[in-house]
Design a protein around this ligand. Sequence first.
Ligand code: F6R
Length: 253
Amino acid sequence: MSLAIWVCESDYDFDRVAAEWVAAHLEGPDPVLGLPTGGTPEGLYRELVRMHREEGLSFRSARTFNLDEYVGLAADHAQSYAHYMRERLFRHVDIDPSRTHIPNGLCEDPDEEARRYDALLREHGPIRAQVLGIGSNGHIGFNEPGTAFKTRTHTVQLTEETREANARFFESIDEVPRLAVTMGIANILESEAILLMAKGSSKQEALKRAFTDPPSIDVPASALQTHADVTVLVDREAAVGLAALLSQGPDGS
Ligand code: F6R
């Protein structure tokens, strides 16, 4: 495993460091990015938009693949990941919308949609730079505990823990979809470089299990131990979970 751990002291540093990592991977011909949604990357997208406006960062030649989408939500539904990406990044930068890929939440047959998305990833991949968040149960994308590491893009039944964690974005938990299409762990591992972002004490245990215990399908993020180029970006609270791997404790002790 080649693992770099970066501990940031402030949200400002965290978002900036993440955005600079993405910007560095936008250099060169035909960059392909893998992107997450959720609370953690909101500041990253704000910073990328700022860098586009103020520093000329261009997405013109980029292609993007989002990790996942809820089944049953249209692209203009306020909680769909297609809407999230459009509002937070795509409509504010110079990316060609036809080069931004997200599974179609309104597909008639989710398994067929997963196959279509996987074929698209094979056609345009490998992803040069994959950004990830992590669930408090160790999920990456919507690959929930128990998912085989060789899994490719697939339909997934969301766990109650994940639905509860995501209910904060909906009016009530009843509105949180039960099904999603997600890139599989094998797709994620095919990326050339991976940045996993985690903030807050609720991620400590998942990080600890993912990176200090042996890889196990009970903790999907532990698959990243088998990848050659992983950077974990954490704030001080989340870093507590990685204390055993840090030469200095997250509090500098
Ligand atoms: C979202 C995704 C999920 C999130 C994870 C953490 O596209 O793939 O794996 O990254 O659930 O979400 P937040 O950042 O909201 O804690």
